[in-house]
Every structure is written in C-alpha cells, then in structure tokens.
Write a protein that binds this ligand. Structure first.
Ligand code: SER
Length: 848
C-alpha cells in the first residue's frame, strides 16, 4: 500500500464506525495559548474533553499535523540519529467524546491492524497502565498474557502538557526482530520494537499546581504515528525508507551528490534524515502562518532551520539548498494538505532568505568552533565555556542546541549555566536600554482599545492587539493599571506556548499596556491567556475597601473637616493622607480602628453603581477626591449606603467581611496640617500578629533569663552571708556561757527568711557538736522568729521544742518542733534583748 492509501484506509475504517472525518487543525495552535505548536491530534478537541466546548458529533477521526520540538513533547534530539522520530509528523487519530470507551477503542484498533492491514498478530504487543485491569482484560481477548505488559506513569499515562486533559493509556507496539523475540524491547528505545499506536483514556484534567480533577465524561483519544505505520506496512525498517520521505531523500542525494545508504551511523545519512525531517516542519509551520524570528515560536523555527542548514553544509552543500526541497514536499503532500501548494512560494522565499542570512556567518562560526575545540584539546579539557558558547550565539547566530550538537559530535560538553548567565546579562542590558528608549513614546500613538474586565474576572483569554518589545496590549484584560492610588496588578500572559511575567500595567488612552520582563513574541491576532496573580490582587482589594471605611471612620471620629489628600493601596499595606491640624491621639486611633472593624464584622455587601456624574454628585454624603479626574460616567462604590459612598474606579472585595481585620500601624505628619495613617488588613494582620507574638515571646524569655539570673545572684549572696555567719559563729562559741558543762549560745542574726534562719540553726548545731544548746533570733516581717537547737546527746533530756516554747512565751508568742530543732515566733520585739540576755538563766532553771 502507498502512504496515501494507508492514510485513506485509516479514515475509511473509522468512517465505517460512524466517525466524522475532520480536517487537521493548524500546526500553530491559534486558540491555545499554553502550546507553542500543535503536539497531538487531540489538541483541537481539548475544549470538548474539558466540557467547555461541544461538537455536533461524538466520534471523530483525522490525520493531524504535529510538531514536537518543545515543552512536554520534544523529539528534536533523536531526529536524524534514529529512523523513527520526527519534529513534524502526522498523527492518525480517532476520538470518542463521552461516547464509546476502552472496549471499542481496543477492539477497533485490533480489527484495523489485523483484519484491514493484516499485520502479523504475532508481532504485536499491548501495554497498559499498571493499574488498568480493565484494559488488560480487554486485551486478553486478542493477545496472550505474555504479550500484555504493564508500565507506569512514564509510559502509560498520557498528558498533553503541564496542564490539560490526560489519562491512562494503552499502547500497541510492533516487533521487527526476525525471530519475534522483542518482548523485552518494548519501551526500550530501539527501532526493533516501536510504538505505533497510543490509545488514551482521557478522564482527568491536570490543573495548575499538579492536581488531577475528574472530567465530567470519559473520552477516547488515540494517536498513531503515520510515518511509522507506513514503514511497518511497507516492510521498511526506517520511516525514511517509505514513500513519505524517499522523494525528499532522493532529491537531497541529487543536490549533494552523496548517496544515501542504510548505515544508521553514517554521518551523511544522519544529515540527510535531519534535512528531510526539518524541511517538513519548516514548510508546514510557515504554511500555517508562523515565521522564523528571534523569539518564542519563531525562534524555534529559526533554530530548526539553522540546524538543517548546518547539516546541508556537512554533506558538502555551500549555498542555500533547503528551499529547493519545498516543491518535492508539496508534491508528496499536496492532495492531503493543499495549504502547502497555496503557500509554496512564500515558504520557499522565507526559507531561502533565512538560509542566505545564516550562511553568511555559518562558515566563520564553524571556524571559531574549531578554534575553541583545538584550544580545549590542547589543554586536555572538554568543557566549552559559557562565554564561548555565547559568542557563537551572539555573533554567529548559532542557537545553543546547534552548538550542543557540534559539541556532542566532538565529545565535548557545554557550560550551559554559564551560557544562560551570559544570555540573561544580555537580556538585562536590552531591557535597560529599552527602558530608556521606548518608554511611552511609541505606545502613545496606539489606537487600541482594551476593556478592563478585572472587576469580576482574574483570568481570561483575550486577543493580542499590539506588541512592542516587552509591551503587549490585549482587547480585554483582568489586569488593573495603576490609578486612584491602587497599584497595578502583576501576573502572567501566556502566548504562543510561552509564559511572560507581567511586571507592570499602564493605561495609555484607551489601551491597557502590560509590561513584561522579557520581549514578547509578536503574535498579533492570536489568543493569549492573561492571569492576574490572585493572592496579591485579593490583598489589594482588601486594602482598597478598607481605605474607604477608614476615610469615613476618620470623619466620624475626628470631624467633618477630614478630607483625603492622597492614598496608596498596595498588597501589603494601605496609606491614607488627610487634612487634620494635630496628631491623632491613641484613644482616637483606637476608636477609628474599631469603627472600621465594626463595619468589617457587619458583613456588608459592597455594591457598585455606574451612573452619570451629575446624578452621582447629588447623592448625599458622597465622597470624591479632588486629585482625580472624572469622566461623564462614574463608578460609585458603596458600603452600607449610610456609611460609605465614594467615586472609585478601583477593585474591591464583594463583602466587607473579606477584609478580615483592620489595624493601624502608624500615624505621622507629612506636611503642615496633613497627617498620614498606615494600616494593614487581612493576611498582613496574620504576619503582624505572628511578629508581635515573636517579639513578646522574645521579651518573655528575656524576663525568664533575668529571673534565673536573679535567683542565681540571691543564692550567691546568701552563701556569702552564710560564710560570714560561720565566722561569726566562732565568736559566738567563744562567748558561750557554760552551765553544767553545757555550752549555751543565744544570738540575734540577720536573715532573709525563716528557712535561712533554720539553716543557720543547723550550722550552729553542727558547730556545737556535743553538749550544746543554741537560740538564734531574727526580725522577720516585723515579728521575732526564733530557732532553737539542741545537740544529739542532750535532745532527749532537753528537747528543743520545749525550750523554744518556753522562750516564745517571753516574747508574746508560741512555738514548738522536733527535739533537735524547733522554731517559734512572737510579736513582742522589744522583749527580744531580754530573752537573749537571760537565755542561760532560763536554761539553768530548765535544768534544775
Ligand atoms: N494524545 C495521544 C498522543 O499524542 C494519543 O493521540 O499520543
């Protein structure tokens, strides 16, 4: 069968199964800003899978032009070095939109392959997702279990890109080994056993951030490599040997005077395959409206062209040659893809011009590369520096992957990080240059009109109206451009598969201009996805609504004279300047806060009216800011109509409760009679509380540390005291009266508390050793405290408790305790000297 017949038989087969045969979509995914190029047949049905679009059929089939050179699906590296990967290929596909599912998909695939195309059943294997028992069981109807293999996410879970429809899949592989021994080679990356068909069971949507969401319905999405099935049916071991490529290869042979062999590693063959592959990508992309350029999608094409151009040089061709292949390609493809015929001339002209321009520097660049290489070889090194790679890029137009290719061929590597650094430096330079050069000037002449939809939406698709360097204008946008004190939104714009960071937004006339941090590819007329950084914007809205509440609270607490003199609404705080003659005192600040918070707690819906200015002005109590210019039609934002109504174009919360909480963090003077309040709301409060708490607990632990220190010092002091007392005690012993051989000590001491006094008593008892009785006294809390001690040998006869009780009586108190040590207390301080002086006579009496 010829390739045309194979393609047709696929479509006829699915037509007989009631599929609508549809046209291939463009290789440039005009409606999908998340993709650079169409990378699968299902791209044009993404909306149906996600449930946001409908078709008037539930089964479809087609051949889809695909390009896989970027993002999740990128086969560029393999192309030419093997015989079955391509940057451009046709994908034959059939789809069910919530109609049939796994059983029919598998059964029909088997029927087409074995009954219509009569492939050898013994050469087929099926793979299923590791947990997909359902598919496994279905395959058992056709294949022995030894030929049904389970694989994990890497091979059997198909995803379109970082986000989008996805699901488990089941692949069909074809064994080309002579003895059909290839079961171990499935998914092993060899041409002996190749994947020919992928049946995807789409049931999820991969969301930003990685989570999987169940789709409302289950769908089938299959894709077969057309060039591969042609090789299989035509009994060729290489896709390039089929009638899809042979005319191109033959033409390249003619132009170069080289012969194409079937030796896989022959460099001339590699070159011819690369050229045959790349010319298809270039031609189809240009036919569908893309152009080689310096950014985004256009740069991918330029890279591919330069790669092909360098390979043409490898096979000895010195002048532009790629464009000469276009007529051959058109001839092969024109019946299925008439767009090639209608764009043939432009495709040729564009490719030729690109080749001419690159050939001017290619020769010299290759010489430089040789120098770099020789330098490395001489010094026994193999790493090409970032600076060298950048020189090749910047001066000689060598895309980094071309230099990488040259490096690989010469067993060298590149310092890619170093290259990226240089590239970033250059971008920074041109950004800065642009900042000074293209500021507003060009954009002023723009007639573009953008509709601001960011009151209700934070993400939206929109048409590109204008691109200038890093500035882009859309027909509608959720991005707020700085005005009325509210600062601009930030976020991203996705366009042509590239994500650009929006770092500022400005209004010029009727146009809203997004300023990105890099140059934007000029894809005017295409659809972009504009996404505001949501959390940041929510914080801005909280602060803006809080500003209105603050304005009224100030008037209520400080007086009607308060007028707004300026404001700033940022994501992390708000600032409000107003006329007032003196510092706002703390009490008033608290009152103001509490008025605002009361309004937050009241869950008041925030409403907006758009009405003629004359009418709006009549509203009693309405606030307008003299610093703003207003048009004929104004927007009035209301929070509890009797409380706050203000002219305002800014974005606000839907209900005051979303503000969460309001806290003033500073009050100051900025000019004579003008005060400034800075405040925070919502999320910032969380941070504020956490910081405050941290500060408090910092102080707390400082205090705890100090307390520990104090205790420590107290201990030290008391041990010093104790040391002193011990020396004193020697004096006491010397002065002791001796009665009946018993030493009697009675002394007054300084002590801090009863415990210390008791401790002194214990020490005294130790010092006395034998035959001793002691009485010590301190004045504590304006009372006399006594401790009486008796040595072990006497304590039975003269228990300390008794002596203490007796002594206490003399000072108007009482006491008691153990025989060796007892305490007592009394109020009569004046009697203490007598007690101490007469203690020995008291003991004497006691003895007798
Ligand atoms: N979307 C799947 C693939 O590209 C099947 O068409 O492999």
């Amino acid at each position: 069968m010829t390739s045309s017949e194979i393609r047709q038989s696929f479509l006829d087969f699915f037509k007989s199964k009631e599929h609508r045969i549809v046209q291939s979509a463009s290789v440039i995914p005009h409606g999908d800003p998340t993709l650079l190029f169409t990378n699968a047949g299902m791209n044009q049905f993404k909306d149906v899978f996600l449930g946001s679009g409908k078709r008037d059929y539930s089964r479809a089939a087609d051949t889809q032009k695909c390009i896989r050179v970027s993002g999740k699906h990128n086969d560029l590296e393999e192309v030419g070095f093997d015989t079955y990967h391509h940057t451009f290929f046709e994908m034959l596909g059939n789809w069910s939109f919530g109609d049939y599912y796994k059983a029919e998909a598998i059964e029909w695939a088997w029927e087409l392959m074995t009954e219509v195309w009569k492939l050898d059943k013994n050469r087929l294997y099926a793979t299923v997702y590791r947990t997909d028992d359902e598919a496994y069981k279905l395959w058992k109807r056709f294949l022995p279990e030894s030929k049904i293999l389970r694989f994990d996410e890497k091979d059997n879970f198909w995803e379109m890109g970082e986000t989008g429809p996805c699901g488990p899949c089941s692949e069909i592989h074809y064994d080309r080994t002579p003895d059909m021994s290839g079961v171990k080679l499935v998914n092993a990356g060899t041409p002996d056993v190749i994947e020919i068909w992928n049946l995807v069971f789409i049931q999820y949507n991969r969301k930003q951030g990685g989570t999987l969401e169940d789709l409302k319905a289950k769908h089938v999405d299959t894709g077969m490599g057309f060039e591969r099935i042609c090789a299989v049916i035509q009994g060729k071991s290489s896709n390039y040997d089929t009638d899809v490529f042979m005319p191109l290869i033959n033409e390249i042979e003619k132009l170069s005077g080289k012969k194409y062999s079937t030796e896989l590693k022959n460099p001339d063959d590699v070159a011819m395959r690369v050229i045959a592959d790349h010319i298809r990508t270039l031609s189809f992309a240009i036919a569908d409206g893309a152009m080689p350029s310096n950014e985004g999608r256009g740069y991918v094409l330029r890279r591919i062209l330069r790669r092909a151009s360098r390979f043409s040089k490898n096979i000895g061709i010195k002048e532009p040659v790629l464009y000469k292949l276009v007529p051959v390609l058109v001839e092969i493809m024109k019946d299925v893809f008439p767009e090639l015929t209608s764009h043939q001339s432009i495709i040729e002209r564009v490719i030729k011009a690109e080749e001419e321009s690159f050939l001017q520097t290619l020769e010299r660049g290759l010489e430089i590369f040789e120098d770099i290489k020789n330098r490395l070889v001489q010094t026994n090194k193999n790493l090409i520096s970032g600076a060298d790679a950048f020189q090749l890029y910047d001066t000689f137009g060598f895309p980094i992957d071309l230099t990488e290719l040259l490096a690989r061929e010469n067993n060298l590597t590149i310092d890619k990080a170093g290259f990226d650094e240089k590239l970033e430096e250059q971008r920074e330079r041109s950004r800065n240059a642009r900042k000074t050069l293209t500021k507003d000037v060009e954009i002023h002449d723009i007639k573009a009109k953008s509709v601001f939809i960011g009151y209700d939406e934070l993400s939206s698709e929109a048409k590109v109206l204008y691109v200038n360097g890093n500035q882009i204008i859309l027909d509608r946008t959720p991005f707020y451009a700085e005005s009325g004190g509210q600062i601009s939104d930030t976020g991203t714009i996705t366009l042509g598969g590239q994500k650009y960071n929006v770092i500022d937004v400005r209004k010029y006339g009727n146009a809203i201009v997004h300023i990105c941090d890099t140059e934007v590819e000029s894809l005017i007329g295409e659809i972009a996805l504009a996404e505001v950084e949501i959390d940041r914007r929510r914080n801005i809205m909280r602060n803006h609504s809080a500003t209105h509440l603050l304005h009224e609270a100030l008037r209520q607490v400080l007086g009607e004279h308060v007028k707004q003199a300026g404001s700033l609404v940022a994501p992390d705080y708000l600032r409000f300047d107003f006329n007032h003659f003196e510092k706002v005192n703390d009490d008033d600040l608290k009152k103001i806060e509490s008025v605002v918070n009361e309004k937050i707690f009241q869950n008041i819906d925030v409403r907006t009216d758009v009405l003629p200015i004359e009418e709006a002005k009549k509203t009693p109590g309405i606030k307008m800011f003299f610093g703003d210019k207003y048009g004929d039609i104004v927007r009035v934002v209301k929070m509890d109509e009797s409380f706050s109504q203000e002219f305002c174009g800014g974005t606000h919360v839907k209900n005051t409760s979303e503000i969460g909480f309001f806290k003033i963090i500073s009050e100051s003077s900025i000019a004579a009679g003008v005060r400034r309040i800075e405040a925070i709301t919502g999320k910032s409060i969380e941070e504020f509380i956490n910081n405050t708490q941290e500060k408090i607990s910092g102080k707390q632990s400082e205090i705890e540390q100090l307390q520990v220190q104090i205790k420590q010092l107290e201990k030290e002091v008391s041990s010093y005291k104790m040391g002193d007392i011990k020396t004193q005690m020697q004096e006491w012993l010397k002065q002791a009266k001796i009665i009946n051989g018993i030493r009697i000590v009675s002394q007054k001491v300084e002590s801090d508390d009863l415990e210390q006094l008791r401790q002194i008593g214990e020490n005294l008892r130790d010092e006395l050793g034998k035959q001793g009785i002691g009485l010590i006294a301190s004045i504590l809390n304006e009372k006399v405290q006594l401790v009486c001690v008796v040595t072990d040998d006497l304590m039975k006869k003269y228990p300390a408790g008794k002596i203490a009780g007796e002594a206490a009586k003399q000072i108007g108190g009482a006491g008691g305790g153990k025989p060796h040590l007892a305490t007592a207390g009394g109020k009569d301080i004046s009697k203490l000297p007598d007690l101490l002086n007469n203690f020995e006579s008291m003991i004497e009496k006691f003895i007798s």
